[in-house]
Write a protein of this length. Structure first.
Length: 255
């Protein structure tokens, strides 16, 4: 019997998050409307938003809008009346990574204005875990600690992936400025990774993701391991998880 291949990585919990400010606006509007900010047109996030729309009462209009990710979703939830004159512009619900929300709450500490705004956010329901995937083609990049001083693509602008990459780097004291951590979507960076222009690409998604499945099929690409030996898990908002060859056929720790 072939033994299972296991890689250690980190998990992030996605949460359905509510803006009390946005719901107050919706309740006071003549035509009640709820706007939900998810992510892309494909994937689990948009399906969750659509499922919520199906169970709402018929007298409430529910719209599901895509976004670039958790950071943009939080921006939409935290928009102030001065920033949005049209009540229809408010977002009442959004799907947000809990590490991004936790980072916002920590940065708000001691800032009375920001704390007052953040108090309007309520986690309604934890949804499911997503895993941090780090891809590399370099034989010298095997552990998270190997990324120090390397040029890495950390995620597209306003995405939860980019925010997660910065949180990871801050926790270990890595430089978060370009070129050490560059802005870009993993799905658009495969050519640059293959050409050796970047040492690694970071992506966040619930395993197995279609992108990771496709990447791992390439025998030149491997996953970079994150473990307690190379990352301060206990000091982070993450939990250790195992990514296995049951999730990704072709996963080979010997690469």
């Amino acid at each position: 019997m072939t033994s299972m291949i296991r890689w250690m990585s980190l998990a992030i919990t996605l949460a359905l998050t509510l803006s009390a400010l946005g719901f107050h606006s919706a309740a006071s509007a003549q035509n009640q409307k709820i706007s939900i900010s998810t992510r892309s047109y494909t994937g689990t996030n948009i399906k969750i938003g659509q499922a919520i729309r199906q169970v709402e009462p018929p007298d409430i209009e529910v719209t599901v809008e895509t976004s670039l990710g958790s950071v943009q979703n939080l921006q939409r939830l935290l928009a102030t009346p001065e920033e949005i004159d049209d009540p229809d512009g408010y977002y009442q619900l959004a799907i947000v990574q809990e590490d991004v929300l936790d980072s916002l709450l920590r940065h708000a500490e001691g800032d009375e204005v920001l704390e007052a705004i953040v108090r309007n956010l309520v986690v309604v329901l934890p949804l499911y875990n997503e895993e941090i995937h780090i891809f590399s083609t370099s034989p010298d990049i095997q552990q998270f600690s190997d990324l120090r001083g390397q040029e890495v693509i950390g995620g597209q602008a306003l995405s939860g992936t980019l925010a997660t990459s910065k949180i990871l780097y801050d926790l270990v004291g890595f430089d978060t400025t370009e070129p050490f951590l560059s802005v870009g979507a993993a799905k658009d960076s495969r050519g640059e990774l293959a050409d050796g222009l970047f040492a690694a690409v970071i992506d966040v998604g619930g395993a197995p993701t279609s992108l990771a499945t496709s990447m791992i099929r390439d025998d030149k690409v491997h996953l970079v391991e994150i473990s307690e030996a190379n990352f301060p898990v206990a000091e982070s908002p993450y939990s250790l998880v195992r990514i296995t060859d049951e999730q990704y056929e072709g996963l080979d720790k010997s690469v």
